[in-house]
Design a binder for this molecule. Structure first.
Ligand code: S3P
Length: 737
């Protein structure tokens, strides 16, 4: 990297100042690193250990020569030091600091200068250890750590960039934040935990039998209190410098602790489990939570790439993960039921976890998931609480659309938002019928998320003729219908998945189905019951098609849901000539289930019957692969819905298959696909899980390597896809870039 800044003077060679000095010096990113410390021994040690190039004996002379001055002194003396060096600072010299509180530093600069100099760029590296002093300096301390810089309106953008580059040069990830926000966030994430650790250890250390306590204090105590060995003076200063924000957080924590105390006192297991399960989930899913928060703009997420080698085979017996649609509904209806619902076979994918988290955020106590088991302590139809903020549902269309319906019936306001892909998908299809029911629903630009719902409306029942075949719209209206007065009825233009109807009935709710019409009356109650989620036929599809296109294949997929509204893929593959058997057909918790065995047989192109399209709506990306491996022409029509899925699936498949050399044309509502030889290439999956998995199985018949980009969202529906694919003989590997 080019030299950035000439002479950098670091005032204060503690752990942070020393580590920055060492990191800059080791990486040779600046011409000269000069150190100053009022403790001559520390300065001497810094020089001796090669942490600095030069030790400044005269602070003022060193300041006058510096291009950048880094104030790495305790927060409390920041003002004194800045005041002292000010006369020697040249106008163009950049000044930054490393204090863990920013408001007081900015106010100090204002007092000293009477204004904010454009060259003053406050900063805060979120790194450290309980060690202190220059001898503890560590040149890797900032690697992969965040450094927050808090520029002010007066800051010179070029100065901001230079300070950012200095931190990037030592391996840090730089992000920017407003000064007040910084202090508030840090009070919660750093200051409060440190103060708690000090307080806990101090309290226990005062007890009579303290030797015993410390002697037997194993992992938990040690982990929790490591930071109580931090520098007392520094934390004294931080405590005072960020007093207001810290007091606020101490109050919030005290309330939380009082609630836990009360729960234990009254042996309120549900309240205790509520606190513990929410905390466990939050701790485990930090990164997911982060991607919906203020940090996300600057957060670099890793990209997942699949590398699939040509050839391979498909043999064995496997069980793919639980049905996504049923998993979502199990959480929703389990939460709204009276009593405890136990779910097995739950899909631990990001989409269904988003639903689970949403209900936790609305006060429902949910244990798990643990190996597909979830226990939901239902709160009844009217027991949901207002979530603390907008509900972030990631990539999940089912979550946002179904929840819009049931949130329309709540007393509180709510907002639903999602990731980039979901933020481009149409939401007016649910907002419109909900408005007809008297709900107040607002969608964002072009009718896309966020969806904002005003609570406290009294809903009235409607009859709704759905303009498109969509189970999500049907389910949304029915869920709102639970809260409406009178009979809500929906007619669909073609049969779509009926899991909501089945599960409502399974929970004792009366639902009338008459041909294409579904009706229910509002104001009833749901009785909790147990749910066994079958394996997802949509996930099984990738292996069905894999075996169908690969000579000598023979695979059995166990316990797959074969609900008649989902079996389009079976009907279509059979019509194309596939050798597919349903074994051990049975019914589990109101849903038909079977083991599916498929052996290779040559496929032929067909005109896919339009009545099968809604019954195979999620399976088309994989069916395109089947079609391209079939002899002759396959024509798909009436499938315009594919254009508004997680990606425009017609376009994504046409583009990808063309790259592999296939003869394929897209049409507004489908495609014409001719049997072709496939080569290799680089495919964009547009962050669409089903596109990524489809091109993986294409490798079985390809002549070259296929690299599939943007595969991160495979985790939304099929987290162990690559493992299972490898297990049956597909030559794919996952790489995080
Ligand atoms: C789903 C319905 C379908 C499907 C989606 C899940 C559901 O969407 O594509 O993956 O769980 O209700 P549409 O109902 O919008 O077709």
């Amino acid at each position: 990297m080019s030299r950035l800044t000439g002479r950098v003077l670091i005032i204060g060679l503690g752990l942070i100042g020393g580590s920055l000095a060492k990191a800059l010096r080791v990486r040779r990113t600046v011409t000269t690193v000069v150190g100053f410390d009022r403790d001559a021994d520390e300065l001497e040690t810094g020089l001796r250990l090669g942490i600095i190039d030069e030790a400044a004996s005269d602070l003022h002379a060193a300041v006058a020569e510096a291009d950048v001055v880094v104030l790495a002194v305790p927060v409390k003396v920041m003002e004194t030091v800045l005041n002292d060096i000010r006369p020697s600072l040249r106008d163009e010299t950049l000044v930054t600091d490393v204090g863990s509180v920013k408001g007081n530093v900015v106010r100090a600069a204002e007092r000293i200068y009477g204004y904010i100099p454009p060259t003053f760029i406050p900063g805060h590296p979120i790194a450290g250890s309980e060690k202190s002093g220059v001898a503890a300096a560590d040149e890797t301390l900032f690697e992969h750590h965040k450094v927050i810089i808090t520029p002010l309106p007066e800051s010179d953008p070029a100065a901001v960039t230079k300070i950012a580059r200095m931190w990037q040069a030592v391996g840090a990830e730089v992000l920017q934040m407003d000064v007040d926000r910084h202090d508030e966030v840090l009070a919660a994430t750093s200051h409060l935990p440190h103060l708690l650790a000090f307080s806990l250890v101090d309290t226990l250390a005062q007890e009579q039998e303290r030797t015993d306590i410390f002697r037997y204090a194993a992992g938990g105590f040690r982990d929790f209190t490591r930071i109580a060995a931090s520098d007392p003076t520094m934390w004294h200063d931080v405590g005072l410098a960020n007093k207001q924000a810290i007091l606020q957080k101490i109050d919030e924590f005290t309330n939380g602790l009082a609630q836990l105390k009360q729960a234990i006192e009254t042996e309120d297991s549900r309240a205790m489990l509520g606190i513990f399960t929410r905390a466990k989930a939050a701790r485990e899913h930090f990164s997911k939570i982060l991607s919906g928060s203020a940090y996300s703009q600057n957060m670099t997420t890793k990209e997942t790439v699949f590398h699939a080698q040509p050839g391979g085979q498909v043999q064995g017996t496997i069980r793919v993960p639980g049905d996504k649609s049923i998993s979502h509904r199990s959480i929703m209806l389990g939460s709204l039921a009276d009593g405890v619902t136990e779910v097995t076979g739950f899909l631990e994918g990001e989409d269904s976890l988003a639903t689970l988290q949403a209900f936790r955020d609305m006060g429902v106590v949910i244990e798990g998931p643990h190996q597909g088991q979830v226990k939901i302590y239902g709160v009844g139809l009217n027991g949901l609480q207002q979530p603390p903020g907008p509900i972030y549902v990631g990539n999940s269309g089912t979550t946002i659309r179904l929840m819009s319906g049931l949130l329309a019936g709540q007393q509180f306001d709510s907002e639903l938002s999602g990731d980039e892909s979901l933020s481009k998908r149409p939401m007016e299809r649910v907002a419109k019928p909900l408005r007809l029911m008297g709900a107040e629903v607002e969608t964002g630009e072009n009718g896309c998320p966020p969806v904002k719902i005003k609570g406290g409306q009294s809903l009235k029942a409607i009859h709704y003729d759905m303009p498109m075949a969509s189970a999500q719209v049907k389910s949304c209206v029915m869920l709102a219908g639970l809260y409406a007065e009178g009979e809500t009825s929906v007619t669909e233009p073609a049969p779509t998945r009926d899991h909501t109807e089945r599960m409502l009935r399974g929970f004792g709710y009366n639902v009338d189905v008459d041909g294409s019409n579904v009706r229910l009356n509002g104001g009833g109650a749901l009785q909790a019951g147990n749910i066994d989620v079958p394996a997802d036929i949509s996930s099984a599809t990738f292996f069905m098609v894999a075996a169908a296109i690969t000579p000598d294949s023979d695979i059995t997929l166990e316990h797959v849901g074969i609900n008649p509204t989902r079996v389009g893929v079976i009907n279509i593959l059979r019509q194309m000539g596939s050798n597919l058997e349903l074994l051990n057909e049975r019914e589990v918790g109101g849903e038909p289930v079977a083991d599916i065995r498929i052996r290779y047989a040559p496929l032929k192109g067909i005109h896919i019957p339009e009545d099968q399209v809604p019954l195979a709506i999620d399976e088309f990306p994989a069916l395109f692969i089947a079609a391209v491996c079939a002899e002759g022409e396959t024509v798909l029509t009436g499938a315009e819905e594919l254009r508004v899925k997680e990606s425009d699936r017609i376009q994504a498949m046409v583009d990808g298959l063309k790259i592999l050399g296939a003869d394929i044309e897209g049409t507004p509502d489908g495609a014409i696909i001719r049997g072709s030889e496939l080569g290799g290439g680089v495919i964009e999956s547009h962050h669409d899980h089903r596109i990524a998995m489809s091109f993986t199985i294409a490798s079985l018949r390809a002549k070259g390597d296929i690299e599939i980009r943007e595969c991160d969202n495979v985790a939304t529906s099929f987290p162990n896809f690559v493992d299972l694919a490898q297990q049956v003989g597909i030559q794919v590997r996952k790489e995080e870039q």
